[in-house]
Design a binder for this molecule. Structure first.
Ligand code: NAP
Length: 290
């Protein structure tokens, strides 16, 4: 069994990005510039945005943070988005989700210029991904595919089962895994799937993304399977200073001995999600400064 080290892989990719930024600057281009729009003071969102800014600093990107209180109007947010769309000094931006209930997330996503939509949530980017055109792919599926490639995991003709069909993880990942470059035969399972245990046991590559801690047990996994655990749920713990720890969707202790490859939680998919946003921003910067 080999552990897929997302943390080390993300570190290596960050070094590659930093090197490319140095070259860009030497060639007279501007540093890639990512902006994040943060509404309110949700603890999770604050943490994610702080990580994104730290990641930018590490690779030599410029970053900006645009903050609003919870009571910002949808109109004001839309106005800011059109300003960011028009800002030639900015390569890409993200609006951290979730947004307060009085703001339509879909309306906000659709207001972002697809060429600056480095989260890859705009329907234009999703549509381009579906038909295999160059696009911004959302960070978690992008990071998972990158991990699979960098670990030389055989995918052609393999049965890939993804548990979860969300717009940010399961569904786009199912599209990527079935594309010609990867060639897996994909099943997307969800809460209405019958005989989930049997469906999962048929997987050569099992990717749980449901958000239910330790849901996948050893009786759901084929001997020799590749298991990529997307789930991250904060659970109470007496063993950490914070009083919480992150748990994946896989019962790691029991499942790992059966696997050929497995990602840990934390240290698997999470760091790859973070680095994928940087990769998308670098791509946006290359395109905008051509
Ligand atoms: P989500 O929007 O809540 O979607 C969960 C999906 O799982 C839904 O499609 C749901 O089915 C399915 N599901 C729920 N319970 C199920 C069950 N018992 N059996 C089969 N399917 C079930 O979640 P998400 O945003 O995709 O995130 C999923 C997990 O990944 C969460 O733990 C999240 O924190 C984590 N995540 C991690 C990263 C990372 O970087 N590591 C990034 C994104 C998300 P229905 O559609 O039928 O409701």
């Amino acid at each position: 069994m080999q552990i897929i080290d997302g943390k080390a892989t993300a570190k290596a990719i960050k070094a590659e990005i930093a090197q490319e930024v140095t070259q860009m600057v030497q060639q007279g281009f501007r540093r890639p510039h990512l902006a994040a729009v943060l509404v309110g003071h949700d603890g999770g969102s604050e943490t994610y945005v702080a990580y994104k800014i730290k990641d930018c600093e590490e690779v030599g990107f410029t970053s900006s943070l645009v903050r609003y209180e919870d009571n910002v109007t949808e109109e004001a947010l839309l106005k800011k988005i059109s300003e960011l769309n028009a800002d030639n000094g900015l390569d890409g931006f993200i609006v951290q989700l979730p947004l307060p209930d009085h703001i339509s997330e879909q309306k906000i996503i659709e207001a972002i210029d697809p060429s600056k939509d480095v989260d890859g949530f705009h329907p234009v980017n999703v549509g381009k991904t579906v038909i295999g055109l160059p696009s911004f792919v959302s960070a978690t599926p992008y990071g998972i595919v990158e991990l699979i490639k960098r670990y030389n995991i055989e995918t052609s003709g393999k049965n890939c089962v993804i548990v979860g069909r969300s717009n940010i993880v399961g569904r786009p990942l199912s599209i990527l895994m079935s594309q010609k470059a990867i060639n897996a035969t994909v099943t997307v399972a969800h809460s209405r799937t019958k005989n989930l245990k049997e469906v999962c046991r048929n997987a050569d590559i099992l990717i749980p993304a449901l958000g239910s801690p330790e849901f996948i047990n050893e009786d759901m996994v084929k001997e020799g399977a590749v298991v990529i655990d997307v789930g991250t749920t904060r659970v109470k713990s007496d063993e950490t200073k914070s009083g919480f720890r992150l748990k994946g969707d896989v019962n790691y202790e029991k499942v790992a001995p059966k696997c050929s490859f497995i990602t840990p939680v934390p240290g698997g998919v999470g760091p790859m999600t973070r680095v994928s946003l940087l990769l998308n921003t670098l791509k946006a910067a290359r395109l905008s400064q051509k």
